[in-house]
Ligand binder design. Sequence first.
Ligand SMILES: Cc1cc2nc3c(=O)[nH]c(=O)nc-3n(C[C@H](O)[C@H](O)[C@H](O)COP(=O)(O)OP(=O)(O)OC[C@H]3O[C@@H](n4cnc5c(N)ncnc54)[C@H](O)[C@@H]3O)c2cc1C
Length: 391
Amino acid sequence: MRTRVAIIGAGPAGLLLSHLLDQEGIESVILENRSEEYVLGRIRAGVLESSSVELLGEVGLGDRIEAEGQPHRGIYLQWPQERHHLDFVDLVGRSVWIYGQTELTKDLMAARKSAGQQAFYEAAAVTLHDIETEHPYVTFIDAGGTPQRIDADVIAGCDGFHGPSRQAIPAAVQRIWERVYPYAWLGVLADVPPSTDELIYAWHPDGFALHSMRSETVSRLYLQVTPDDDIANWSDDRIWDALAARLGHGQDGWKLTPGPITDKSVLPMRSYVQTPMRHGNLFLAGDAAHIVPPTGAKGLNLAIADVSLLSTALVSLFRSRDSALADSYSDDALRRVWRCTHFSWWMTTMLHQGGDDFDAQLQLSQLRWVTSSEAGATGLAENYAGLPIGF
Ligand SMILES: Cc1cc2nc3c(=O)[nH]c(=O)nc-3n(C[C@H](O)[C@H](O)[C@H](O)COP(=O)(O)OP(=O)(O)OC[C@H]3O[C@@H](n4cnc5c(N)ncnc54)[C@H](O)[C@@H]3O)c2cc1C
């Protein structure tokens, strides 16, 4: 079969790219190795930057975000005995939205289906071929066990960190930057209304904690743990006790309300950037090219920004045979990727315990600065609420 753009991966990057191309009348086919139900059930990110929400609204995907998402003016930063609110709207005129990645995935899948775009779920042995030529193609085995081949003008590698796309770029061309952190997050999803109106990022001698949420009835909470920590060590009671201590239960009358935990997992943390994001007729987007630790809430937003730039570049390439934006795609996307990589690293290192007392004092000093100086607060707010997509 033939298509204009063969998209590997049905995460937010692949699904949104397909939708953006469809809006411009450009056909694509998605290949995903998991089942549709599995992709829909994955619990991941939940904070959308203002520019992500604007983009989704412009392409007809804003209705449910508007109706069911929660606009947040800012975040709380805290350490023992102190809690401070940073108001992004006052500081930089932009807010963020709480809207689960699972909900966004639902919206994107529905949009693709109503547009009649083709997708192959449970595609095995997905392999990229001839990416350096004008005739790249992808082979795979479909869910029924039949070998298939898709010829395309370009291939979009939106298959995350473990997919085949980034590995298809020859080692002699690739460059990789990586930082593996000595801590991980234990993430839990709980059927209990959030105990806070906006996210609480907590520095604590026992380790970092974050109180986030997915809706008015579902809380998402995280605890700093070690990367080799076994989830079996963490009973629900131990999790709630640790969250209560680190998030400051009882401080100034604030209470953490526990509830039934419906999902828990340990997430490793790393920063990773692979360049270039384009090689021949293969373009990488989202986690296929970069990973950030979740502290800055950037992974999902970076995937959205990448495919926004990529779809514009591909429209220009196909419609006007103008390759300028496709040629500069990697550099254009990487400017934002590195900004978000720095911000995510900065938030992570400011808030997590590394076991060094000197570092701990520097962290507290930095927290006091960003919560008491308008200059410090504005820098955090500008990065957290998100820079424009074309930054
Ligand atoms: C476990 C986990 C938890 C996370 N939690 C948070 C969080 O709490 N907060 C936060 O801000 N961010 C979080 N993130 C980051 C955020 O979810 C990602 O940055 C975002 O999903 C990136 O979207 P993407 O489309 O680029 O990649 P993905 O969502 O990873 O999508 C890639 C797709 O490619 C598919 N694929 C992989 N291999 C193949 C193959 N061989 N053939 C075909 N398809 C393939 C995958 O199944 C997947 O559907 C988390 C990420 C992970 C992995």
